[in-house]
Design a binder for this molecule. Structure first.
Ligand SMILES: Cc1ncc(COP(=O)(O)O)c(C=O)c1O
Length: 413
């Protein structure tokens, strides 16, 4: 994995250049689009700070990145400058972070993990409908019980059969025996095709679903499946902290990946990324999008080009080396927290390459959870777990103060 960091001046020049390659609303170069720059009363373009703020400048210029710009088809020429940066961003994520061979992956900047996950499910549903002449009720979605709710949302929207895989309560890994039973049962109900979701970090536990045990069960039964990795949380940390990761495109079973900039990468909300091997975006081509040059393939439709710019800027600010260092620093702080929990004989779950620590609820009082805004596994039922996510702002001092309070914590029976 390698990409060079750029300094602020280089980033500014590159974004200015991209904006000048777009057609400009303010220069009167566009009269056909139902769009313009952001309103000048609210977003005054002469604010002095804007000249050194490439993201805000792009936000105000308001390029629309509707469609998918990594395909061979020509996208809208109006925003070709900033679309080129989006292409570069997709390439870095696919090839450097997720180890795809050169030019083998398509993708786009989605609204977030939810959209990117549903996009994958939508594509694979249509793939099975078209290539296998399947009916929707023959397609099941396999996902662990720890999986983010966006997957069940996708099953609901796409009318796909949800198949929840049980996990071991200690390792949080999929129980292969129960999986075999689940698949046998699904087969009996007429489900022949499978969309598999593997988590590159679950939301609550930070656990990573091993790919091979699931593939082994499906493969042994000669079942057709497509595998998507939900790396919404882990995508900007795990590949940097675990160089031996095979949750990427070097693994032939992996067809697509969702990553969120707005989690570990610290970019604004609206910065999800969807990546998929070439040849699959076509299953969701919308031929009715005739007025969009290159047609549309995304769930969201219109989307701000500024979101692509800000993710690219963040990756450039650090370079791969800088980001590896930053993520490993978070891992060191998480290690500190875990060592302290062990010292106090507190039960918790943690994957060593991830910055999430999930503590058994019987160690945590309601007051302590509320003082530090810990997140519960359920607010609908009595919580069994509380989690801590060691993000950039979660300093060692803050963790020390938490540990001190935890030592004095009295838990109600
Ligand atoms: C593993 C995982 N997948 C998907 C999502 C959904 O992401 P978003 O809220 O960006 O749609 C989340 C959000 O927490 C997540 O943790």
């Amino acid at each position: 994995m390698y990409w060079e960091a750029l300094n602020r001046k280089q980033i500014l020049e590159k974004v200015d250049n991209a904006l000048s390659n777009n057609a400009s609303y303010s220069k009167g170069e566009v009269i056909g689009a139902p769009a313009t720059y952001l309103d000048k009363k609210e977003f005054y373009p002469d604010a002095s700070f804007l000249k050194d703020a490439p993201y805000l400048k792009t936000l105000i210029a308001n390029p629309n990145h509707i469609g998918c710009h990594t395909l061979d088809k020509q996208s809208s020429p109006i925003f070709k400058g900033t679309q080129a940066i989006e292409r570069e961003l997709i390439e870095i994520c696919a090839e450097q972070i997720f180890r795809a061979p050169a030019k083998q992956v398509d993708g786009y900047v989605a609204t977030g993990g939810t959209e990117a996950n549903i996009e994958a499910m939508w594509i694979y549903r249509n793939y099975f409908l078209k290539e296998y002449r399947a009916s929707a009720d023959q397609i099941g979605v396999l996902f662990s019980e720890d999986t983010h709710y966006s997957i069940s949302k996708g099953c609901d929207l796409l009318q796909l059969f949800p198949l929840k895989m049980s996990v071991n309560s200690k390792t949080r890994q999929i129980d292969a025996i129960k999986l075999t039973q689940l698949i046998d049962q699904a087969n009996k109900q007429g489900i022949k095709y499978f969309i598999v979701i593997c988590n590159l970090s679950t939301t609550m536990f930070g656990s990573i679903d091993e790919i091979e045990p699931i593939v082994k069960v499906l493969d042994a039964k000669k079942l057709s499946f497509k595998l998507h990795i939900d790396a919404a949380f882990g995508g900007f940390i795990y590949p940097f902290t675990n160089p031996k990761s095979n949750h990427n495109f070097s693994n032939p079973w992996v067809s697509s990946v969702s990553i969120d900039g707005h989690k570990m990468l610290q970019t604004p909300y609206g910065t999800g990324i969807f990546l998929i091997r070439k040849g699959f975006m076509q299953y969701v081509t919308n031929k009715n999008a005739q007025y969009v040059p290159g047609l549309d393939y995304t769930l969201c439709g219109s989307r701000s080009g500024a979101n692509a710019i800000v993710i690219w800027m963040q990756l450039m600010n650090y370079g791969s080396k800088g980001w590896i260092e930053k993520m490993n620093e978070l891992i060191d702080r998480t290690d500190y927290l875990c060592n302290e929990l062990e010292r106090l004989n507190i039960d918790f779950y943690r994957n060593p390459f991830i910055n999430i620590v999930t503590i058994k609820a019987n160690h945590i009082s309601t007051e302590l959870a509320s003082k530090y805004e810990l997140v519960a596994d359920s607010y609908e039922q009595f919580p069994l777990w509380w989690k801590i996510v060691v993000m950039d702002h979660v300093s060692k001092d803050l963790l020390k103060s938490f540990i001190k309070d935890l030592e004095n914590c009295k838990v109600e029976a």
